[in-house]
Design a protein around this ligand. Sequence first.
Ligand code: NOS
Length: 341
Amino acid sequence: MTDLPTFITGLPKVELHVHHVGSASPRIVAELAARHEGRSPVPADPEALADYFAFRDFAHFIEVYLSVVDLIRDADDVWLLTHEVARELARQRVRYAELTVTPYSHVHRGIPAEAFCEAIEDARKRAEADFGIALRWCFDIPGEAGLPAAEQTLRIALDQRPDGLISFGLGGPEIGVPRPQFKPYFDQARAAGLRSVPHAGETTGPETIWDALRELGAERIGHGISAALDPALLAHLAERRIPLEVCPTSNVRTRAVASLDEHPLPQLVAAGVPVSINSDDPPMFGTTLNDEYAVAARLLKLDPDGVAALARDAVAAAFLEPAEQARITAEIDAYRASAVS
Ligand SMILES: O=c1[nH]cnc2c1ncn2[C@@H]1O[C@H](CO)[C@@H](O)[C@H]1O
C-alpha cells in the first residue's frame, strides 16, 4: 500500500478556503518586497520571511497580512501573484479552487477595480490553460475596514461582475466586528446570485456563527470551529448540511487554537457536521493543502479511504455544477482505486 503522505500528494482535491495574498509564495513576496527598497517591513529574503510569519495573536496576523497587501502595487503584480498561486494549487493536485480575493484592499491602495478584475480574470483563464485548474472567486469584505469596505466590495462585485465570481465573504478580525451590520450587503449580493460564505467562529464564539447563518444567509462558514462549544449549533449544521471550511494549522498559527491536538475538528466530525479541509494562507502558516490533509488524517485517524472521503466531502461542499462535481468525484474514485492496495 502506498504510504498515506504519498497517497495524499496524488489525490485530486478541491480547495474552498484559501486567500489570494495569503497564498503568495515566499519567492513572490520577497520579489515584491525587494522592489520597495526597504520601505516595507516585509523581508526581501525568503528565508527571513519564516521568522516574519510568526504571529503573537490574530490581530498581529492581520497586521502582517496587510503589510504583504501593501506590496501589491499594480495590475501586473496582481496577475503575477494570481498565476503563481494557481501554479502552486495545481502542484497540490487541486482541480478546482474558490480563491478569496479582497478587491477593496487593492482598490484602496490605488489599483482601479476594472484593472484588478481584468488581471485576476486573465490569470484565471491562463491558469486553466497552463495548469488545468479551475479557479473561481470569492470577493470578501475586510471586516476591519467596516461598512465603507462592505459598500465598495459589493459595488465592485456588482459593477465589474468578473466571470469567475461566485461568492461573497467577510474576512479579517471578528472581535469588534459584529456580523449583523453587514446584512444589507449580503442581502444584495445574494439577490444578485452570489453565494454567502462569511468567516465566523474562528476567533469568537458560537454566537458569531449563529449571526452569520441568521443575518448573512451563510451557506458555508469560514472556519466555524467554535461551533464545537454549542451542541444546538452542531445539530443545526449537521441537520441542514451546512459545511465548515476548516483550516487546522491556520488556527494554531494565529493562536485561535492552542495546538493541533486540541483542535475541535474531531468533535465537529463526530457531530456529523460536513467539513472541508483547507490551507487558508499556506506560506504564511508554513503549510500546504497536502499537509492539512495529513493533519486531518492524523486527528481523525483516517486510512486512505477516509482521506478520499474528505476530498469527496469538499467537492460536495463546493459551489460547482453537479456535472463538474461528478467529474472531480470520479477522478477521486479512480485515483483511490488505482492506488496500490
Ligand atoms: O484566517 C483568516 N481569517 C480572517 N481573515 C483572513 C484570514 N486569512 C486571510 N484573511 C484576510 O485578511 C484580510 C484582512 O483585511 C481579509 O481581507 C481576509 O481576506
